[in-house]
Design a binder for this molecule. Sequence first.
Ligand SMILES: [Zn+2]
Length: 103
Amino acid sequence: MISRALGFPSQTGPVGRVRTQEMNMARYQTAGFLTHVIHADFDKTYKVGETAPFSGIYRCTVCGCEAVSLGGNTLPPESHHKHAAGQGTTQWQIIVGAVHTTA
Ligand SMILES: [Zn+2]
């Protein structure tokens, strides 16, 4: 199931000035809610069915499709989305990690 892209009228409708590549990228409104970090955890890739090590947004390195996974849960299966013939199998990479702190 493909849900409507946040911030755009629809994923199948006109995209205006938005480039196709940007349509496939996570988006946000307030930069102050995100912190840019460089860490090896963002470079790792995971196979379908592996356990998500962190809660956050994961991106398929093959096609750019995104999914939200909770840390400790199984990453989405190959049936989550389809690849064209010859593209290969899904590899997940975390692109935005959720921070959960307790008081
Ligand atoms: Zn994919």
